[in-house]
Design a protein around this ligand. Structure first.
Ligand SMILES: [Zn+2]
Length: 103
């Protein structure tokens, strides 16, 4: 899953007009020009792919520390059905909905 995301991010970065290969979070250039909407869309996809990858990496870290499957907020077990649907879930359903509302 992480490899897939890394590949997607690499491809998306390759499509970006700015020479940003290798840079983790490149700065937006002010003179984006006519391809702005295309760049914006790519940027939005990149952003969500990075968020997803961060979640996967965090999940892998939790596996290594034996904290996988435990809610990062309340410490309770995350139901297996939820982990099937969202393998990178960091919170139980209750804490996740509270977390989503906070944002
Ligand atoms: Zn919880």
């Amino acid at each position: 899953m992480r490899d897939d995301l890394d590949r997607s991010i690499a491809i998306l970065q390759g499509e970006r007009p700015a020479p940003a290969a290798g840079a983790g979070y490149p700065q937006d250039s002010a003179d984006a020009g006519s391809s702005l909407s295309e760049a914006d869309r790519t940027e939005a996809i990149l952003h969500s792919a990075r968020n997803q990858r961060d979640g996967v990496i965090a999940a892998l870290t939790r596996i290594e520390t034996n904290a996988y499957g435990r809610c990062v907020d309340c410490g309770g077990d995350i139901p297996e059905g939820r982990l099937d649907a969202r393998p990178d879930a960091a919170r139980c359903v209750g804490c996740q909905s509270k977390h989503a509302k906070r944002r």
